[in-house]
Every structure is written in structure tokens, then in C-alpha cells.
Design a protein around this ligand. Sequence first.
Ligand code: ACO
Length: 324
Amino acid sequence: QRYSRITGTGSYLPPRRVSNAEFAADLAAQGIETSDEWIVERTGIRARHFAAPEVTSSDLALQAARHALEAAGRSAADVDLIIVATSTPDMVFPSTACLLQHKLGVAGCPAFDVQAVCSGFVYALSVADAMIKAGSAHCALVVGAEVFSRILDFKDRTTCVLFGDGAGAVVLEASDQPGILATELHADGSHAGVLCTPGTVSGGQVLGDPLLKMDGQAVFKLAVKVLDEVARAVLEKAGRKDTDIDWLIPHQANIRIMQGTAKKLKLPADKLVVTVDEHGNTSAASIPLALDHAVRQGRIRRGDTLMLEGVGGGFTWGAVLLDF
Ligand code: ACO
């Protein structure tokens, strides 16, 4: 039987780290009140990284991709599929994946973006898995890359303190050993309004509001519900139990949502991979960033069973269960 397996991970954070205290001081200068205490208590976030104005998602993706290829012992020429999950693409078109392909110095293989906001990486990984299992790809580069700082309203303290920029990547290869055990994806567009960036480009100008809007409490309630359901669904599909999970790597949005999910799966706190404290919410980049950090720290080892779970605007949600 043909499976897909992660053979390398990589990530990249832009160098500018902004602590809560520094951010609060910047916002105070504009008459907006927040504090390290409020942000840490409600979200678990202590700092985030912001890209320089000229740096795009494909620039961050390039660095993460290079690290993942190196870890897999592959070169860009070996890659026969590129998928980038992003909601902050460099351009309306071409896709960030095509721009990344060119920056990697290769051409020819299919390259496209997946847009499922914070579930984007789980969506992209599921698509790559399906294409590998179908025999239409052998060595896929799957990337989550975001510059959410470009769509933040820095006058809205309820959202601007939550997000950061970054990228994470994996190399996913065909294998006769699993690999990805099961995937599960969902969406419900009726909740589009609870988390959106409603503006667009039309008639040569930006039409509507190009900044992120969120009903935080509505998102919180939806996230807790669907993350539990999708975790159970993917375990059942794979014929595994919650006790089989070695590491839970949820989308890094809010420590309270993540701890709630771990508790429902009866996982001890030390099986939860947490990077939200240092990265903030990097949307589609958060899961591969967290995965790569835990791998490079030597916490996640070959053979461990991982549950990756995403939830985000759309509303979208999904999970991937895999043996690393
Ligand atoms: N600093 C200080 N005070 C603030 C701030 C801030 N940055 N933001 C809001 N407040 C105030 C509010 O104005 C409100 O004041 P009031 O009581 O005087 O009206 C008070 O704090 C409480 O606000 P709530 O919105 O009720 O705070 P809550 O406990 O719900 O926390 C939060 C807000 C952190 C956004 C929470 O709802 C949450 O985490 N929701 C989920 C968000 C999320 O996970 N989004 C991402 C998922 S999908 C994706 O990643 C795209």
C-alpha cells in the first residue's frame, strides 16, 4: 500500500520580535490601552514576530522550505508538488506557491495555494496526502506562510494583539510505511461573518474593509466544539484511541482553547505543543511552526503519533493524524 510520510520539517520567523510590553507601549502612544497582563491571561501570548514591510509570505515560505528540504535530505529539484496555505498572499495572482517555486529556482511541477485561513495547513497537508496516495505526486513541499500584520487593524485592541507573522513547511513523500493515518476536513460558510477580512480588489481599488474583523467569543465557542468533534472523527477513521496520541499540535490561537482541547482528549499538559506564547497566532503557519520547533528541540521523535488540528475563518476546521 502507498502512504505519505513527513521526511523533513522547517520553519522561519522574521527577526523582529515584539513583546507584549513593547506592543502595549506602542499602542499607548496612539491612545489605545492594553497590557501584558491582559494579553497573557486571556490568550497565553507573550510576544509575536512581525515581518519588515517589504517582506512577503513567499519570502518567509522560502526560508521555511529550505530548512524542510535540508532536513529531508532533498533539493528543490526533487519536489514534484508545491502547496502553500496562506490567507495573506503576495498578490491576487499568481499564487504564492508559484512565486515560491521560482524563488526555489525550479519550474515545471504543479504549484498552487490553499485558502482555509487558520485551517490552511491541515487542508494543504490533506490535499498533498491524497495526491501522493493517488500516485500523482511523490515528493510534496507543503507550506503555511503568513504576514497577518498586513491585515491587522492596529486601532482594534481586541484583534491586533493576537496575531503574528511566520512560516512553516514539511516535505511529504510517498512511502510504503505510514505516515499519514487519516485526515478529516470540514467547512461551514454560514459563519463567514465571525472571522473575516471582507475587503477585496476591484475596479483598480480596494473595495470594502481590508482589515481583519473577529467576534472573539463566537470564534472561541465554535473552535472548542469543532476541535473536539474533529479529533474524535479522525481517531475513529484511523482506528486509533486518544491514548495513542503522543503529541497534540493544535492551531496556536489561544492557550485556553488548546488546553481545553487537550483536556477533552484526556492528554496530559506536557503532550501539548505550545508556541503561541512566543509566536502569537500565525494562522496557516502556526501548526508547521509548532511542529518544527518541537522536532528541532528533540521532543517529537520518529515513530511518535501526532494529532494536528486546525480551526479558522470560513468557518473551516480539520485534523490530520499521523505517525511521524
Ligand atoms: N487589552 C485590554 N483589554 C481588552 C483587549 C486588549 N487587547 N481586548 C479586549 N479588551 C477588553 C474588552 O474591550 C472588554 O472590555 P469591557 O468588558 O469593558 O467591554 C474586555 O476586555 C473583555 O473582552 P472580551 O472580548 O469579553 O474578552 P474575552 O475573554 O472573550 O477574550 C479573546 C477575547 C482573547 C479574543 C477571546 O474571545 C478569544 O480568544 N477568542 C478566540 C479567538 C481566536 O482564537 N481566534 C483565532 C481563531 S481562528 C484564527 O486563528 C483566524
